[in-house]
Design a protein around this ligand. Structure first.
Ligand SMILES: [Fe+2]
Ligand SMILES: [Fe+2]
Length: 191
């Protein structure tokens, strides 16, 4: 059974792969044709889905554990959750923009830089400190919760939902069900 660090690291690897692909282009400015731009938009949609689920379960399960166990955990969690909230706002703005609009690349460039900084902060600053104080058993239990949580997490960013665990628990399942229905209607679940 994978522990929480393994589960979150798999997500980070997948997100980084998508960021690399998006950075490699081509973009409209570097000569992408219509098919390439449609493909680029699809990668961004997948990125939005993966990021939305990932940050939602971190806020539900991971940051509360950091706050509980890590000395200075509140400060670290506050910093990381603020990064997550601003990333969600950028992703939410991206939903309404097409890949041939200049705004698309502006928003995406912002997101890519912020996402890399956020992932590095978690992996390099937070994980070593949590690893030092968390038992292997608790890390596995948290990994199970995170994995199960992802299956019913929202697939859209919801930047206006307060990033507190209790709020997500109450609103999460209904919001997630509505997201998945919208994904079906828009064909996003097939893209
Ligand atoms: Fe995060
Ligand atoms: Fe993360």
């Amino acid at each position: 059974m994978a522990d929480v660090f393994t589960v979150l690291a798999e997500d980070h690897t997948e997100v980084r792969r998508m960021l690399d692909e998006l950075e490699a282009g081509p973009t409209k400015a570097t000569g992408a044709g219509e098919d390439a731009l449609v493909q680029r938009r699809k990668v961004v949609q997948r990125l939005i889905t993966e990021e939305s689920k990932h940050e939602a379960v971190e806020e539900e399960y991971f940051w509360p554990a950091v706050r509980e166990l890590v000395p200075e955990g509140d400060r670290m969690a506050d910093h990381a959750v603020a990064q997550e909230q601003s990333a969600k706002q950028v992703l939410d703005d991206l939903i309404a923009v097409h890949a041939w609009q200049d705004r698309f690349e502006e928003l995406l460039a912002d997101f890519i830089a912020d996402a890399r900084e956020h992932i590095a902060y978690e992996e390099e600053q937070v994980w070593p400190r949590l690893r030092a104080v968390m038992t292997a058993e608790r890390a596995k239990e948290l990994g199970r919760k995170v994995e199960a949580g992802k299956r019913r997490a929202p697939t859209r960013p919801h930047p206006n939902t307060p990033p507190r665990p209790g709020v997500l628990k109450a609103a999460g399942p209904m919001v997630a069900a509505a997201d998945r229905m919208l994904d079906k209607i828009s064909g996003r679940d097939r893209g």
